[in-house]
Every structure is written in structure tokens, then in C-alpha cells.
Design a protein around this ligand. Structure first.
Ligand SMILES: C[S@@+](CC[C@H](N)C(=O)[O-])C[C@H]1O[C@@H](n2cnc3c(N)ncnc32)[C@H](O)[C@@H]1O
Length: 332
């Protein structure tokens, strides 16, 4: 997974004016605050260098996570022709950029309270052909009430920065301002997952339906150390490797997500929760199904299931009934 070349080049350019030791120090502070994930709303992004480092170090990963989550969601959700999109806590625009490459978006509204993030985001989305000339940026604090609405509301890597009280209040507000689909993407950590579980319970009570990744709307069967998360492999640029002092040319971004829909989606199949275990003539799958979590072994004897399992990855739907069909999107 990689951001479109033009976007990637622009993000790299943003960091060029800073020395490597400065970029590394800011990058470390971003990682520390990301890992701490305290939900205390203390993160400050009010510097140009923060925006520049975020662009190079985090944007490719958040772009990849939103792209994957959205791709999985639209497989389960009957998509129409064109949608308006509201990106709350848009940062430097990674989520909107990912959505613009996957869906036909008629208008983008990005809410971002930090001017330095917004400034970069404005520049980047103008460089995305599908978002250029269609994007409006607004600066306000989400906690004071969302003032816009759209068909699709996207919140990526935002809610975990809030206190529990603000998070629940804000997510209910997000739902009220969603016409069709609310997609929430968060870090793939146990802490962020437990926040998503609580959000899941709250919004189900508000009458929301779940489009993905859950294949049912009953209680979540994952507890304790077991948490629902997925991984997207993101290519590292040369500068990303230098800043992160990384040995390998890619990073595996772990993310958790949940997509709520106004309309009930006819769930089919089970969700693959771990990397499939490929053996000789058999494939082991950990699945979340309407009956709970289960581990199954698919053997070659079951031709249709084996064929489906062989091309599957963690996060995919597993459908082995030939009468049921995935709505795979063209550019996936
Ligand atoms: C980690 S960044 C994520 C940015 C982007 N959504 C992405 O996926 O790359 C979180 C962003 O949410 C913004 N944010 C956090 N709390 C906010 C609030 N209460 N009101 C408006 N923006 C907020 C921050 O300023 C920051 O730019």
C-alpha cells in the first residue's frame, strides 16, 4: 500500500527544510504519544514541524488504514453513485485522500482545529485529483458540537485523543450528523479496541446498524487480551526509513475500525480475524461469525471453501457458500 505518488512527494517536500535530528525528535514524540494513547486530550500539534513530520511519518499509515477499512466496509454496504464526505479531525487529510481514491465523493468537508495540520491538509487535498476544488476546510473543536452533516462521516485516529466522556458525547454527535455511513478508524491497540467496543454498544442502543467488520449485531465475543484488529503493510519512503531508523522498507500498521450504517446490511459470511495459517493441503482460519469466534480448518476436500480460503487475508469476509457473492469493488 502506498499513497499516490504526487501526494507522497508533497509530504516529503514538507519535511525537507528540517534537519534529520529535528525530524527524528519530533517523530519520537509522536510515537510516544500514540503508544501512550491516554485519551487525555493533551496532544498539541500547533507547530509547522509537527505537521511536516506527521505528514511523512504517520500519513502513509493512516491513509493505508482508512483505505483498508473503507474497502472492507463497501464490500458489505450497497454503495450508491456519489456521496458527500465529512472528515472530522481531518489532520493533514490522509483519510479524505484515501476515500477520494476509492469512492466517488461529490464534496469533502474537513474539520480540523489545529491551523498547522489544516494548512498541510489543504495543500495535499488540492493535489488529489478527486478532491481538488471540492473540499471545504473548517476550524472548530468537535467537542463544542458538530455543525455539518454528510452522507459519509469519517473519523480516523481522533477519538482516542479524547477523554471517555468527550468521546461518547462526540461519537453520538457524529452519528446524528451522518446520513448513511459512519466509519471510525483507530489504532490497533487493546486500549483503542476497548474504546470501540464501548462505542459499538452506545451506537447500537441509538439504533445504528453495523456494516463492518462485525458480521452480526449481538455482543462482541472478544474479551481481555483478545482484541479485534487488522494490519495493512505500508511501503516506507527513503526519508521515512531515515527518520524512523528502520531496517525494513515497509511498516505494518495495526488498526481497528467499525462502520455504522443507517440501513441494516444483510450480513453474509464470517470475518477472518488472524492471518490464515497455511498448511499442506489445509488452511487454518480464525473467524468471527454470528455464533461467536471459532477456529476452523479448511481442507482441499472442500473445493469451494479451500479456493476462497487460499485467496483470503486477515480482515476479509470468508464466504464459502457459492450462492453468496462478495461485492468486490473494481479498484481494490
Ligand atoms: C492523529 S490526528 C489524525 C488525523 C487524520 N484523521 C488522519 O487519520 O491522519 C488527530 C487529529 O484530530 C484533531 N482533533 C483532535 N481532537 C479534536 C477536536 N476536539 N476538534 C477538532 N479536531 C480535533 C487533531 O488536531 C489532529 O489533527
Amino acid at each position: 500500500m502506498q499513497m499516490p505518488t504526487e501526494l507522497k512527494n508533497l509530504t516529503e517536500k514538507a519535511a525537507e527544510k528540517y534537519q534529520l535530528n529535528v525530524l527524528r525528535a519530533v517523530s519520537r514524540s509522536i510515537t510516544e504519544s500514540y503508544m501512550a494513547n491516554k485519551g487525555t486530550d493533551t496532544q498539541t500539534t500547533e507547530t509547522d514541524v509537527f505537521g511536516a513530520v506527521y505528514s511523512v511519518v504517520r500519513m502513509p499509515a493512516t491513509y493505508g488504514a482508512v483505505y483498508s477499512a473503507l474497502q472492507h466496509t463497501v464490500e458489505c454496504f450497497e454503495m450508491g453513485d456519489s456521496y458527500s464526505l465529512l472528515d472530522v479531525g481531518a489532520g493533514t487529510g490522509a483519510g479524505s485522500a484515501a476515500a477520494s481514491t476509492l469512492l466517488d465523493i461529490s464534496s469533502f468537508t474537513c474539520i480540523e482545529r489545529e491551523p498547522e495540520m489544516r494548512r498541510y491538509g489543504e495543500k495535499y487535498l488540492e493535489a488529489c485529483p478527486a478532491a481538488s476544488g471540492k473540499t471545504e476546510w473548517k476550524s472548530y473543536d468537535l467537542r463544542s458540537g458538530i455543525k455539518d452533516r454528510a452522507d459519509i462521516l469519517l473519523s480516523s485516529y481522533v477519538l482516542n485523543e479524547m477523554t471517555e466522556q468527550d468521546r461518547i458525547k462526540t461519537v453520538k454527535d457524529m452519528w446524528e450528523h451522518t446520513n448513511k455511513l459512519l466509519l471510525i478508524v483507530e489504532p490497533g491497540t487493546p486500549q483503542a479496541f476497548s474504546q470501540l467496543r464501548r462505542i459499538r454498544e452506545e451506537l447500537l442502543r441509538e439504533g445504528a446498524h453495523i456494516a463492518a467488520p462485525c458480521v452480526h449485531e449481538g455482543g462482541c465475543p472478544l474479551f481481555g487480551e483478545d482484541w479485534c484488529h487488522f494490519t495493512v503493510r505500508v511501503q516506507r519512503s527513503k526519508l521515512h526509513r531515515l527518520i524512523k531508523e528502520a531496517a525494513v522498507p515497509y511498516e505494518d500498521e495495526k488498526f481497528s475500525y467499525i462502520a455504522f450504517a443507517r440501513e441494516k446490511t444483510g450480513h453474509i459470511g464470517s470475518r477472518i480475524l488472524r492471518h490464515p495459517q497455511i498448511g499442506k493441503g489445509n488452511i487454518g482460519l480464525t473467524l468471527c461469525s454470528p455464533d461467536g469466534c471459532e477456529s476452523i480448518v479448511v481442507t482441499k476436500k472442500d473445493k469451494i471453501a479451500f479456493k476462497e480460503a487460499r485467496k483470503s487475508e486477515c480482515g476479509d469476509l470468508f464466504i464459502c457458500n457459492k450462492d453468496q457473492k462478495l461485492r468486490r469493488i473494481n479498484n481494490g
